[in-house]
Write a protein that binds this ligand. Sequence first.
Ligand code: THU
Length: 162
Amino acid sequence: MKKVELKIIFEEYDSVDELKEKDRQLLETATEAYEKAYAPYSQYNVGAALLLNNGEMISGNNQENVAYPSGLCAERVALFYAFSKYPDAVIDTIAVAAKADNFIITEPVAPCGSCRQVMSEYETKQKSPMRIILKAEQGKILIFDKVEDILPLIFHAEELKK
Ligand code: THU
């Protein structure tokens, strides 16, 4: 037996003012998206914005349902819409931001496991890295270079063929 260490490197920013213009715009789009979220049950509003390699931005937000599992996270709303509209889309960056109705979120929003798996599928499909920007209402902004950084030991399609 040996113990193996996994290491990830990501960028941490104190303010949106430190970001590149395109990243700032994408976060702004994610912020506009969470303002329109349908989250009456959790009152936790999430917005996701995608920057496609053709320069277009696509956004989505969480859509909840009284039958809780029927709802969907912001990331998957945006990703599924993007790939339904542009099956050959290449996503350069996904930005995710959140705001709660009843408290201030100070930790960058952490995409759930299912959203990470879906991001990974599209990253593999497009054969190029999808950057990830995570932000809360306040506090630090995190930027990851690729999906594998937030979902190590990933289940790839190749696993089905072994
Ligand atoms: N949610 C998202 O939309 N994305 C995330 O990254 C985390 C969680 C949503 C799902 C649900 O509508 C609410 O936030 C509370 O979990």
